[in-house]
Design a protein around this ligand. Structure first.
Ligand code: BV8
Length: 256
């Protein structure tokens, strides 16, 4: 480049216009979100260097059936701490922008890896909770979502109907994705014209495989994420930055 030329306008969001253009012609949009979209609501991601849970504990040592089997009280302490953060959190402009996007395109499939329920609280409907929901309890005996027994004598929460041990209603490492969520997410990725991967390190499978499936099926795939990820080299457009700012801007560029 000649010395007297100003550097190209390196807008941090060169891909945002391309994503807006792809969305304006889309029949079906599929969105996958991860912990990054809730970071601006004050919920630590698994990977954030400072506050990330990934740093403080190896999640496989906590978010796994083996960990729960070995020390249910310790695992419950971690989940109760996270539940408190979730209860105090509010949806941020990124969550609200996705709820609004669903009103601007013919069809939107929203798959989230997050267990915080913030998409629903922002008004999104039909949310596919790929890894469950931290605020629900599940009975380990009956394998159903359950209420807690009032008797809080023991240290561990018990099922109101059978007295069995309760666990958080989330999918742990080594556990299968709930069948309905798996099928609906696969269908969304296979049928969509545009796939947005937002706020996820794209490291955990099978969630991380959805973007590749969409691309294989001919969809325009974009990543909206603060940092580069494992997926970045396999998408058509990359938009770097905080989703809480980028998603409202994307809506502005998309128009009504
Ligand atoms: C399965 C719920 C098979 C719980 C989660 C060995 C043994 C067993 C399995 C495996 C194995 N090796 C590999 C596997 C498969 C395993 C896997 O993928 N492991 C990884 C580590 C390699 N997967 C599984 O085990 C899955 N099940 O395979 O079952 C099977 C089949 C049939 C029958 C039986 C079994 C289940 C995995 C589900 C685990 N549960 N969560 C809980 O929450 O406690 S995973 C959890 O971490 C999240 O849900 C998410 O999926 C994952 C990663 O988190 P992210 O959301 O991506 O967040 P992360 O911090 O990583 O990244 C945040 C990103 O946001 C960053 O890139 C950052 O830059 C960005 N960001 C930050 N701030 C912002 C931002 N972006 C935008 N704006 C911002 N403001």
């Amino acid at each position: 480049m000649a010395d007297d030329q100003p550097p190209p306008a390196s807008s941090p969001t060169p891909g945002l216009d391309r994503v807006a253009r792809a969305l304006s012609g889309a029949r079906h949009v599929c969105v996958l979100t991860g912990a990054g979209i809730s970071a601006e609501s004050g919920i630590p991601t698994f990977r954030d260097a400072l506050t990330g849970l990934w740093e403080n504990f190896r999640p496989e040592e906590l978010a796994s059936p083996e960990a729960f089997e070995q020390d249910p009280a310790f695992v419950w302490k971690w989940y109760e701490w996270r539940r408190e953060l979730v209860r105090r959190a509010e949806p941020n402009p990124g969550h609200h922008a996705l709820a609004e996007l669903a009103r601007r395109v013919p069809r939107l499939t929203l798959v989230t890896q997050n267990v915080d329920g913030l998409h629903q609280r922002a008004g999104s409907t039909g949310v596919i909770e790929y890894h469950g929901n931290i605020l629900r309890d599940r009975c380990v005996v009956e394998q159903v979502v359950a209420d807690r027994s009032r008797d809080v004598g023991g240290e561990l929460p018990r099922c109101a109907s059978c007295g069995g041990l309760l666990r958080p209603d989330v999918v742990w490492f080594g556990e299968a994705i709930p069948r309905d969520a798996l099928l609906r997410a696969d269908a969304g990725a296979a049928d969509c014209d545009v796939f947005l991967s937002i706020g996820t390190s794209s490291l955990v499978y099978p969630a991380a495989g959805l973007a590749d499936e969409a691309r294989r099926r001919g969809a325009f795939v974009a990543e909206i994420n603060k940092d580069a990820t494992d997926l970045s080299s396999r998408v058509h457009a990359v938009v770097r930055g905080p989703s809480g700012e980028l998603l409202p801007e994307l809506l502005r560029r998309l128009g009504p």
